[in-house]
Write a protein that binds this ligand. Structure first.
Ligand SMILES: C[S@@+](CC[C@H](N)C(=O)[O-])C[C@H]1O[C@@H](n2cnc3c(N)ncnc32)[C@H](O)[C@@H]1O
Length: 202
């Protein structure tokens, strides 16, 4: 037991170190100095289970949300990760051998189709949307919804108490945002949001 928690501790510190190095290389792209907490991983994946498969994760970094998705029952071969960083991609490939790792910009999701014609039931987004232009956020969200089947949800988080997708972008795409959780146990504290198609709301 002691050995296992020591192992987790070592793995958490090496993730933190690696993350910080990547942030120093590309601060705007990485968008955070440390990986998200397990608490944020749990909050952002809440309610996403095997019935949501296949699932797509955008900007997985060192895999905090990936581990939470696998722990909640998403089969490895029904999960695809889209990541731009070469370093993070190779770490993810070694850590999650059965999961599809796609080294690409998330705004190209419409052209990637990781599961062919099968729309995903959920997208979990770890991208630093607040440091992106509105046009880029629009492309990421719009292409994300083109990869989601009817009823699919797009989960994201923000370090600000506002949804990182502007009201104007939501209106243009016919989407609604709902705040799901505030997670104080994260550095910095974060809010989790769900985006859904407006015409699918009850
Ligand atoms: C704030 S970090 C979050 C990492 C991880 N999800 C977490 O919460 O610990 C943002 C991640 O998105 C990746 N990223 C940034 N822009 C991207 C883009 N346009 N397409 C795909 N990945 C991107 C970065 O390389 C980094 O891994």
């Amino acid at each position: 037991m002691l050995k296992l928690s020591r192992k987790r501790e070592v793995s958490r510190s090496s993730n933190a170190l690696l993350f910080c190095r990547e942030w120093l290389n590309a601060p705007l792209l990485v968008g955070a100095v440390a990986p998200s907490s397990l608490a944020l991983g749990t909050a952002i994946t809440k309610g996403i289970d095997v019935a949501s498969a296949p699932v797509i994760e955008l900007g997985p970094g060192t895999g905090v949300f990936t581990s939470a998705l696998l722990a909640s029952g998403i089969p490895q071969d029904r999960l695809a990760l889209v990541e731009t960083s070469e370093k993070f991609s190779s770490i993810l490939a070694a850590r999650y051998p059965g999961v599809a790792i796609i080294r690409s910009d998330a705004d190209r999701l419409r052209h990637i189709t990781p599961f062919g014609g099968n729309g995903a039931g959920a997208i979990v987004c770890g991208l630093p949307l607040m440091s992106m232009t509105r046009a880029k956020v629009m492309r990421i969200v719009s292409n994300g919804f083109s990869a989601l089947r009817p009823g699919g949800v797009f989960r994201l988080f923000s370090y600000m108490p506002v949804c990182p997708v502007s009201g104007n972008t939501l209106d243009r795409l016919g989407l609604a945002a709902n705040k799901e959780a505030f997670v104080p146990a994260n550095v910095p504290p974060a809010c989790v949001y769900t985006l859904q198609r407006k015409d699918e709301l009850l």
